[in-house]
Design a protein. Sequence first.
Length: 266
Amino acid sequence: MEAEKVGLFIKDKYLAAINWQGQEPTHKHTFSSGTPEMGVLLQSPRMHILDASPRYIEQRDDGKIVGVYESPDGYEMYQALGKDAAVLRRFYLLQLVDENNNNLHSVPIVLSIKGVASSKFGEAYKQFQRELEVAFARFTNATVAEKRAEFHRLGVFQPTFTPSLEPKEAVNQRDKSWVAVVTSYKLPNPDGSDFLEFFSEGKEIDIQTTMQANPEFSHRIGKTSTVVAEHNRLVGAADMPVTALPPSTAGQAYTAYSTEMEELPY
């Protein structure tokens, strides 16, 4: 069993819709369905994480989202289903940028990620947030303090994805699959000397406008969330009267266009 290149994969057919201005779609990926797709593969993408959804409970057999883990009965639901039948999925609203922190697209994208890949991504980003706060404090000669979401949206997170054979505890190799996990990420210097390489203060108004154009990304959860409705539609499990929003403009802001990371089987 050999690993393929892994990372954030954006299909060629979506690039025009998000006004992509980055590298050409030269990577060919074959999904678990057997369907090959051309697109852009970013193994170490630079990104602003604009928002994160709660963790959703997804049925493994059909991919349908059936609950919210961070709800009063979410933990009990997940435990009742069991890890063999359910997995936790999270959605992230992203803006990808180049080495100079210039936007690579004008329409924000949604990263859909689950299982161990989601866990590793979330852990790495949480650690990066703390390190960015330390770098900011040193840069401004201030006391280290926890920052709000508005601050962290301006931060530039650059994880590196590598293939990992999961689940680790599986005895039979046939029960394992290659998964794209974050194994490292670029760090600001603790003394704050390169803080501005990881922070785009000049984008504050633009990001605020984008957030205002996407109010339902994570604040309306469960079956009323448009991102969940779109996910269920893509897996053929849509049973709710919510129509996922296509890319559109609202003044100078764009609503999010949903794209999948390459198929993550765990």
